[in-house]
Design a protein around this ligand. Sequence first.
Ligand code: ADE
Length: 217
Amino acid sequence: MKIQVITLFPKMFPAVLETSMLLKAKDLGIVEYSYIDLREFGQGPRKQVDDTPYGGGDGMLLKPEPLFAAVERAKSNDKDATVYLMTPVGERLKQKTVRSIAKEKTGMIIICAHYEGYDERITSLVDRQISIGDYVLTGGEIPAMVLVDSVVRLLPGVLGGETSAEIESFSDDQTLEFPQYTRPEEFRDMKVPGVLLSGHHAEIEKWRDTHSKKADN
Ligand code: ADE
């Protein structure tokens, strides 16, 4: 799966995407990350990417021309890719969205918006507008990393032989993970629940079920 991120801050990404499981996914050839620097498509000697809003108002908006050119570049690498725009007014990212994206396996082109907003015509390029929650961040970079992380970990082969991606939090039955413990059995007066040490699988399942929290997603 090709994942292309369009951003004014490409340097923000490698620290997150090229670490741990996300790096493993890349090393195994399951995903390929690339970063398209929106500034390269800026206009004039100052490579301008933003301008003031018609009708007045504070702040600057991303101009359409650089973003159209950047998306066209990304599409020339992967013509069937789905285009995502990270924006606080998008549909809220949920595990079921993540699962459907991971299943589709089509490439992703992710636009990170910035400044006070963007020219609305940009949305004509976009298949899906995604918000990671009801709060406003300074840009779409951190939301894009959240989207990539949540999708890549579900791609077959990324979590190795483990079934953890399937049984883990926010699975189909909307059950959150149950509490888990590892050694030692007792730490600072806090004991591991006896049933987990019992070896009775049916009892353990029952305990896990009753101690799982139900998600509101
Ligand atoms: N850009 C700024 N805030 C955002 C959010 N909550 N989700 C997605 N993109 C954003």
